[in-house]
Ligand binder design. Structure first.
Ligand SMILES: [Zn+2]
Length: 127
């Protein structure tokens, strides 16, 4: 099954159980049970993610807000940095570091707070 077909079925909630082949040799498989999530806990849109520990089902926009608030709360709770301090975020270009950078920029919008550190053509650049 091609990834765009899987994504289409996920978005349309047409399939409850299907197999995805994984592994370099095509061995093995994984069963995923898809269930419609219903409406978002915060608004009327369709939920795309279930967060059991928070007891919430959220749509894309509400999940983005939830994620940014969660990052801000953790930074403040553990006193990772204070107002006015400069923070360098090492960005590889992968999804994890880019998501962290995005959330930090949203949570702490002062452009002086967050700096980007990334590697390009064997040089370390700092912005
Ligand atoms: Zn929502």
């Amino acid at each position: 099954m091609r990834s765009n077909q899987i994504q289409e079925q996920i978005m349309n909630f047409k399939v409850e159980v299907f197999n995805i082949n994984y592994g370099k040799c095509g061995l093995g498989g994984i069963n995923i049970k898809l269930e419609p999530l219903g409406k978002c806990s915060k608004c009327e849109k369709t939920a795309i993610i279930n967060i059991p520990y928070a007891k919430q089902k959220l749509c894309k926009d509400c999940f983005n807000d939830f994620f940014v608030k969660r990052v801000k709360k953790v930074v403040e709770e553990f006193k990772m940095f204070r107002e006015g301090e400069k923070v360098a975020v090492a960005v590889s270009g992968g999804k994890d570091s880019v998501a962290l950078l995005h959330a930090l920029k949203k949570a702490f919008p002062d452009p002086k707070n967050i700096c980007i550190l990334y590697k390009s053509w064997n040089k370390i650049l700092f912005r």
